[in-house]
Write a protein that binds this ligand. Structure first.
Ligand SMILES: [Zn+2]
Length: 245
């Protein structure tokens, strides 16, 4: 059984060893490890050693960050979503905290850093509740395309949710139609098509908008995707409601 302080210790050693070469104190070890990392031969070490070392290093670094987060408050974790080095570990730490972190995640939707807002939308894909659904809907109009993409995913997606159902047409169809028609980013239009597609069997506006997109959108990928959700399209036909017996 490895104790957490041992993992932290060994990860720390590795990270120090891999510090940039201008860190004189560790540069000798660092160059050796970096040679291994780059697949170059180092006396006394095999190429396999290098690969194992790299894997161990990455795992240890992740663990170290995650363990280091044990005492971190929710607000700080949310702001770490904007830090490339720590975003993944912070995301998973927040996901584990679940509804205890929900207030901080909701506040993070207003963060100045787009990556934080995006991360919070992705977290809400799993953690959204009735109270925070409206805030997620507002994010579909965020100025940053990546935020809009994750907001539309979260609004369309049932897979990642627990008990909370995806919201109904009365709440999300209007923004989805608007972005399908005129969002400048093709990925956003594509995600909007998915959301609009959920209402293809129940709302005539949905089919009309998807047909328009299927014929007219400037992006071939969006045209193709819209085609899946209109009558004759694979997803439309697969999801036809069964006639009551
Ligand atoms: Zn999802």
């Amino acid at each position: 059984m490895i104790r957490s302080d041992q993992i932290v210790g060994s990860a720390h050693t590795l990270m120090r060893a891999l510090a940039p070469p201008d860190d004189q104190q560790h540069s000798v070890t660092a160059s050796g490890l970096q040679d291994l990392h780059a697949g170059r031969r180092v006396r006394g070490a095999s190429q396999e050693d290098g690969k194992t070392l790299c894997r161990a290093f990455r795992r240890a670094a992740r663990l170290r960050t995650m363990l280091g987060f044990a005492q971190t408050d929710n607000e700080t974790l949310v702001s770490c979503l904007g830090d490339r080095q720590r975003a993944v570990a912070a995301y998973h730490a927040l996901l584990r905290r679940g509804e205890n972190a929900l207030n901080a995640i909701r506040a993070g939707l207003h963060h100045e850093h787009p990556a934080v807002r995006e991360g919070c939308c992705r977290l809400l894909d799993h953690l959204v509740d009735t109270d925070s659904m409206d805030e997620l809907i507002v994010m579909a109009d965020d100025p940053d395309a990546r935020v809009r993409i994750s907001a539309f995913h979260a609004l369309a997606c049932d897979r990642c949710k627990g008990d909370t159902c995806a919201p109904g047409a009365d709440r999300v169809l209007d923004p989805a139609l608007r972005h399908l028609d005129s969002d400048p980013d093709p990925h956003v239009r594509s995600m909007a098509a998915e959301l609009v597609g959920k209402f293809a069997h129940t709302d005539v506006r949905a089919v009309a908008a998807l047909e328009a997109s299927h014929t007219r959108d400037s992006s071939p990928a969006v045209r193709k995707k819209a085609g899946w959700y209109i009558p004759g399209g694979t997803i439309y036909e697969r999801t036809v409601p069964r006639a009551p017996k």
